[in-house]
Design a protein around this ligand. Structure first.
Ligand code: CA
Length: 227
């Protein structure tokens, strides 16, 4: 999952980047309104954290333009505590949630997790795919109850596939959602990571769809499922 943080307060932006990186996300940061608007317009972010007061272009205008242009990624706006009218205009402009400053990093992370899983169609913080279980809040994956030890990038890749299980995901899409903007992107490395994930989990779970990409296979009901 790849996020954009658009915040002109450098200290706060740094804190947000650190917390989100620790939580396993790829994070791009912009401090300027126009630059951030451009990034959100051209890069496929999974979610955006958007401060409203920004130089060169304010947050509400940015959000309105994104929505008008069909950018539908979840957006969490940062507002001043006592400005209830900011919350209203932000939500009306297309924001999905808001946080009033100052806020606890844990609350920001919880709201981002919720936006990401909701956008992918999951209501719960635990995503299951056959024997695989992703605990979104703990950033942990288990296979048949056993902890699977993953590097940051392996986790990011598996988490993305699990959020979008059953769908064919191209290598280009994976590259765009796993790496930060200035990272030297090479879609061949995805193959290497998929290979490692197959060895660490179950090879048959990640299917290669020739010429198209990968799909996390949703196992058919084997009779154990009581749903
Ligand atoms: Ca600001």
């Amino acid at each position: 999952m790849r996020l954009l943080v658009l915040e002109d307060d450098q200290d706060l932006a740094r804190q947000l980047r650190a917390a989100l990186t620790d939580a396993g996300y790829a994070v791009d940061v912009a401090h300027d309104g126009e630059e951030g608007h451009f990034l959100g317009d051209t890069e496929p972010y999974d979610a955006v954290i958007l401060d409203l007061g920004l130089p060169t272009m304010d947050g509400i205008t940015i959000l309105q333009q994104w929505r008008r242009d069909g950018r539908d990624m979840p957006v969490l706006i940062l507002t001043a505590r006592d400005r209830w009218s900011d919350k209203v205009s932000g939500i009306d402009a297309g924001a999905d949630d808001y946080l009033a400053k100052p806020f606890h990093v844990e609350e920001m992370l919880a709201r981002i997790r919720a936006l990401l899983r909701r956008a992918a169609g999951h209501a719960s913080n635990e995503i299951q795919c056959g024997p695989l279980r992703l605990d979104i809040a703990a950033s942990k994956v288990t296979l048949a109850g056993q902890n699977v030890s993953l590097t940051a990038l392996e986790f990011r890749l598996l988490s993305y596939l699990m959020h979008h299980q059953g769908k064919v995901i191209s290598r280009t899409e994976l590259v765009e959602h796993l790496y930060e903007q200035d990272f030297d992107k090479d879609s061949n490395t995805i193959e290497v990571f998929v290979g490692r994930l197959r060895r660490k989990t179950q090879a048959s779970l990640i299917e290669t769809v020739r010429g198209l990409g990968y799909r996390l296979v949703v196992p058919s009901d084997d009779g154990r499922d009581d749903g």
